[in-house]
Ligand binder design. Structure first.
Ligand SMILES: Cc1cc2nc3c(=O)[nH]c(=O)nc-3n(C[C@H](O)[C@H](O)[C@H](O)COP(=O)(O)OP(=O)(O)OC[C@H]3O[C@@H](n4cnc5c(N)ncnc54)[C@H](O)[C@@H]3O)c2cc1C
Length: 403
């Protein structure tokens, strides 16, 4: 592959970086203070930032060019470095309408939605007027194996009735979230990978009960939140089903490819910024008669971090390039590899930066503590590390035998 970015991507990188510099970094602290003091309320200046990003054409850049007119026309490889720039501030990607889980849900609706589903839900999501959540994980079963999920979706005339309990539904606490895409079972007796279906549920449907918001390492992660939700005799029109009964698993597989590139590149942006903060800190602070940056152990940490970030970035760009050229199926091993490598790398790099900051590193005066929590969570969210290693190991053995 060619590791040079296209002219188009380079120009957008400059513009997104400039936008971050002028409009986002100056509000970084104010944003965090607001969401901490006002649980489940949206930062009042967010809408103006979104309007500005939209007016500047820095909007929905995540949607790859194979989506035709809906897409601003970038490949995954061209978008990847933009996600890294956005990842330098944990809440920035929503300003550009490029944040999870909306991006994955928009891709699902764009790829599989009917014209009326697109009109009702994709259009307001792409306009940034509403937000969404993805409901798959359940408290009662090991959801890293999605065939375990138990929530039932039962046809009743021209409606479906949904019963079950979900948790870790990210974004469901946000007052702007109006729609869920839920995965459940329409036929528990069918063959293992066609028991599941996906269905659209408006958030305010009767029988949808938000039980509580789950804390993450003690934090509430407002305003998005991660909800535990009970679904009790929830009725939606039959036309809310995505594709057909039994298509849920296949849709879920397709949903996760580009989304993993986005998560990984955002993490790489967080790791790069952590290393920059570490370098600045150690260059300006003295201990035991010399600059902290002159201690060999600190220089080794910095050198290791630079190497690891660069390795992870090249791997992720290779995965993005492979998706562009061979589709999600053709890139599945590389997608697995980045999911295994990048969150761990980010945890390590951020941890070194935290250590070099001393007490300051664990408090709210730098973004480091929040970066670490984000990276640690991604080792579980979207499937735990071990599941990706289990599958990559299996594929590698199979390929070796066939070779
Ligand atoms: C911050 C955050 C946000 C999330 N957002 C969402 C969301 O928006 N929507 C949603 O539906 N879910 C979401 N999740 C849930 C996440 O996808 C699940 O937690 C994950 O898939 C694991 O499922 P589980 O929690 O049931 O763990 P389990 O399936 O019970 O697994 C527990 C552990 O078992 C081990 N294990 C499992 N399989 C293997 C294997 N093959 N080999 C070796 N060890 C194994 C691993 O150590 C694993 O961590 C989120 C989670 C977090 C933490």
């Amino acid at each position: 592959m060619d590791f040079e970015y296209s002219e188009k991507s380079l120009e957008l990188q400059k513009r997104v970086a400039h936008f971050m510099q002028v409009h986002i970094y100056p509000l970084e602290k104010e944003y965090m203070e607001f969401v901490e003091a006002n649980p489940w309320k949206v930062f009042p200046k967010l809408q103006a930032l979104k309007d500005l990003a939209k007016a500047e054409g820095l909007w929905n850049l995540f949607l790859p060019k194979d989506y035709g007119d809906l897409s601003p026309g970038l490949t995954n490889l061209e978008y990847a470095p933009l996600a890294a720039i956005m990842g330098r501030v944990v809440w920035a990607s929503q300003v550009f309408n490029c944040s999870a889980p909306d991006t994955g849900n928009m891709e699902v609706l764009a790829k599989y939605g009917t014209e009326s589903q697109k009109k009702q839900w994709l259009e307001p999501l792409m306009a940034g007027n509403i937000r969404s959540a993805f409901l798959m994980t359940e408290p009662e079963v090991a959801s890293s194996d999605a065939t375990n999920i138990e929530t039932s979706i039962v046809r009743d005339g021209d409606e479906y009735i949904i019963n079950g309990r979900k948790w870790w539904s990210s974004g469901a606490m946000n007052p702007e979230t109006e729609v869920y895409i839920l995965m459940g079972k329409t036929d528990p007796e069918a063959q293992r990978h066609v028991q599941q279906s996906m269905i659209i549920i408006p958030a305010k449907t009767e029988g949808v009960n938000i039980i509580r918001a789950l804390r993450v390492f003690g934090m509430v992660e407002s305003p998005e939140g991660h909800a535990e939700i009970e679904l009790k005799n929830v009725r939606v029109p039959a036309e809310n089903l995505l594709v057909d009964e039994g298509a849920g698993f296949a849709i879920a597989q397709g949903r996760l490819g580009p989304g993993r590139i986005h998560h990984c590149m955002r993490l790489i942006g967080a790791a790069e910024r952590s290393l920059e903060l570490m370098c600045k800190r150690v260059a300006t602070r003295k201990a035991f008669g010399k600059s902290i940056g002159d201690f060999s152990s600190i220089r080794q940490d910095i050198a290791k971090s630079r190497c690891e970030i660069e390795q992870a970035k090249l791997l992720t760009l290779a995965a993005a390039d492979k998706i562009d050229r061979f589709g999600i199926k053709g890139a599945k091993d590389l997608i697995g590899m980045i999911k295994i490598v990048v969150p761990r790398m980010t945890c390590e790099v951020v941890d070194r930066a935290i250590q070099a900051h001393g007490g300051m590193g664990v408090c709210q005066d730098t973004p480091l503590a929040v970066f670490w929590v984000y990276a640690r969570c991604i080792r579980i969210a979207d499937g735990p590390d071990e599941v990706h290693m289990y599958q990559l190991g299996r594929n590698t053995i199979k390929q070796s035998i066939q070779a």
